[in-house]
Write a protein that binds this ligand. Structure first.
Ligand code: SAH
Ligand code: SF4
Length: 375
């Protein structure tokens, strides 16, 4: 058990935070330890969110020393914390190699949701999305994905916003990155997050959003029980080609076929996200076409009025266009909700995530300190 899980860095020591139970079991066996130690480690790392091996007080010192020598432990460092007037919190985390990634906490009366990043940047390059303008720095490891959840849980307790060990109730993979472009890490992270000896999230409370990586959507449906959200954003191939380059590879017909064959368990639905771009895709003809496209698919439409980003050539739709669009969908018997624009004052809203000061961040020039720590 010396092999790294990271194929790009085969020489690297395994990251304990990225290891599922069977790997931990092999690891403790290779160290001559009894098997129950594996589950004990898993609980410390994934249920209690231990930040370092020092916290593992009931694990023998000798084992901790052996682990310190043979492995690493991903723990994200909190770089910034910004709180919105509406209670939303955006955290910027620093990875071991200095990449900045973001998570957004969305408290509501009946749930506490964390919007999680899957990549540093994104290679898909949607023209309206700030993360898309950064390009891809790298995939996140499973440990970096799950640790966003652990750091957030601990911080929420620290701030007196919830009780431990797991105040978060829901997860959405709608932060930076295209989760299905990092499927290998995503799958391990989901397994860890749903594990009984981990944070034990219900699969009903975990949603993965994709821009439409069709072949991987099939795998996600076959290999995990989580819910699917699809960023549709346009109703013709010409329109979608223009704003989401991925559509040239997997056009609408293929995307909707993949949605039709996605396993929707017990009356659940697929969420279609639709960013309303003023004057681009917000007409009543678009609404009618949208209803036609999703016919036969158990659907919930999430309408997201565009959040303006400096330097990008799009603007928000007029409020009456949003209302008319929603009504046109409802009139066609679709469930359609308008997403509240939470955290807009701290650039934490959909499509506004681009760690400040990073390369490609249009706000970089305006950022004096690079890393403001608020709150
Ligand atoms: N890459 C995945 C997961 C990120 S989700 C995906 O695209 O599905 C981010 C969501 O925010 C997507 O639905 C995207 O269409 C939307 N979005 C991106 N930029 C936005 C903006 N400026 N205003 C509103 N929504 C935006
Ligand atoms: Fe990437 Fe999603 Fe942004 Fe498109 S909308 S660039 S897929 S993060």
């Amino acid at each position: 058990m010396s092999a790294s899980l990271d194929p790009d860095r085969p020489e690297a020591r395994p990251d304990l935070r990225s290891l599922p139970l069977d790997h931990l079991t092999a690891l403790v066996a290779s160290l001559g330890e009894r098997p129950f130690r594996a589950r004990q480690l898993l609980r410390w790392l994934q249920q209690k969110g231990a930040a370092s091996l020092d916290e593992l007080t009931d694990v023998p010192r000798a084992l901790r020393a052996a682990l310190a020598e043979r492995t690493t432990l991903t723990t994200l460092e909190r770089a910034t914390e910004q709180r919105s007037v509406d209670g939303t919190i955006k955290w910027t985390w620093r990875t071991h190699d200095g990449k900045l990634i973001e998570s957004v906490y969305l408290p509501e009366t009946d749930r506490r949701t964390l919007c999680v990043s899957s990549q540093a940047g994104c290679a898909v390059g949607c023209t309206f999305c700030l993360t898309g303008t950064m390009g891809l720095a790298r995939n996140l490891t499973p440990g970096e994905i799950v640790d966003q959840v652990h750091r957030a849980n601990r911080r929420i307790v620290e701030l007196g916003e919830g009780e431990g060990p797991r105040p978060l109730t829901n997860l959405v993979f709608m932060g930076m990155g295209e989760p299905l472009a990092n499927y290998r890490s995503l799958k391990i992270a989901l397994d860890l997050l749903l594990a009984e000896d981990g944070p034990n999230f219900s699969h009903r409370h975990v949603t993965v959003s994709t821009s439409g990586l069709v072949p991987v959507m099939r795998k996600l449906g076959e290999e995990t029980p989580v819910k699917l959200a699809v960023s549709l954003n346009a109703t013709t191939d010409a329109q979608r080609d223009a704003i989401m380059p991925i559509n040239r590879r997997y056009p609408l017909a293929q995307l909707l076929d993949a949605c039709r064959s996605f396993p929707v368990r017990n009356g659940r639905r697929i969420t279609f996200e639709y960013v309303l771009l003023g004057g681009v895709n917000d007409s009543l003809e678009d609404a009618a076409r949208l209803a036609g496209l999703v016919r036969g698919i158990p659907t919930k439409v999430n309408l997201i009025p565009y959040n303006a980003n400096p330097g990008l050539p799009f603007h928000a739709p007029a409020p009456e266009r949003v209302a008319a669009f929603q009504e046109a969908l409802v009139a066609r018997n679709l469930t359609a909700v308008v997403r509240k624009n939470r955290g807009r004052d701290i650039s934490a809203a959909c499509g506004q995530l681009a760690a400040e000061g990073g390369p490609g961040d249009p706000r970089r020039a305006q950022s004096l300190t690079g890393l403001p720590v608020a709150g």
